[in-house]
Design a protein around this ligand. Sequence first.
Ligand SMILES: *[C@@H]1O[C@H](CO)[C@@H](O)[C@H](O)[C@H]1NC(C)=O
Length: 393
Amino acid sequence: MKKSKITPLLFTLLTFIDISTGASNVFNVVSFGANPDGVTDSTAAFLKAWQAACGSAASATMMVPSGTFLVKTITFGGPCKSELKFQVAGTVVAPADYRAFRNSGYWILFKKVSKFSLVGGTFDARGNGFWACRKSGQSCPPGVRSISFSSANDVIISGVKSMNSQMTHMTLNGCTNVAVRNIKLLAPKNSPNTDGLDVQLSTGVTFTESTVQTGDDCVAIGPGTRNFLISKLACGPGHGVSIGSLAKELNEEGVDNVTLSSSVFTGTQNGVRIKSWARPSTGYVKNVFFKDLIMKNVQNPIIIDQNYCPDHKGCPTEHSGVKISQVTYKNIQGTSATKQAMKLVCSKSNPCTGITLQDIKLTYKKGTPATSYCFNAVGTSLGVIQPTSCLTR
Ligand SMILES: *[C@@H]1O[C@H](CO)[C@@H](O)[C@H](O)[C@H]1NC(C)=O
């Protein structure tokens, strides 16, 4: 008896709350003219929905419902008036013809957003035509990144799937406090330059519980990255996790406080890599922790390469100005696809210092032990190190 009286009242209350705080602030792209047929150009409708949602005084949701939406190069610019959630249930596809992008450099760009979340959805850049163009050696456009964030703060990206990017799947440039979790970045193993996540000039990024299967770096960490945490990453195929390439420029910001933990690399070119051009630079790398990692058939599980200089061009001094210090490798186990499982080749002019190896077990083939090679790498080892440590003290 009591229940039947209370329930209608509760129901009315809940409905009221929903209308007053939620439903009225949902900006559905279809209401702005977007077409879920996958062929009609919905770019203008997405922009109109964005303008309305971004201009909302109360927190808002921009909604992309199920269906397939064709969207060309687009910038979602902030700052917005209030907190904004960009919720995608369906699939957003790029134009089938890669030439439609011209020289834009990006497909979807979120610029100067804050208190923003991108939740769910599939973004398919349909890169096949572009990769084929590049492989054929014709002259092709430069290609675009799929999902870019620039000068964004307090951002959450979750449940997103990005497929077949022309170039990098996702980039964070000049951002602070960004949580990227439970996402998938997928492109074929032989697709050129399809990095997963690229971060630079950004502070306080976390990248967790995600899968990257691609043709280039799973994660590339560029100059000016600070307080970056990666954990529970499944990487491979791909080129692994790379700090660098650094020293592209003479005046470059450093990389400080990067942790990668509890992750698995499967069939990748590298596991954990630090890479710099062999030329002068103000850049540095310090306070890096690689721990609790599993390598499965990885070509270079542990690698520092400061001699990067393809064709010996543009490296007059042939040594890197990038200073690497305080790098810890702890509990890294598994199999190497090449004999040399550990390679720490530091700058001729700037030795790597404060390198710590602890509990490393990397094997090659039965009967053929893995080897290690160091150049100018200074540090200490703790626990069992296999292959034998080559660090100098
Ligand atoms: C290093 O980065 C982590 C986030 O990954 C952060 O929690 C920690 O405070 C940072 N440490 C320093 C000394 O800034």
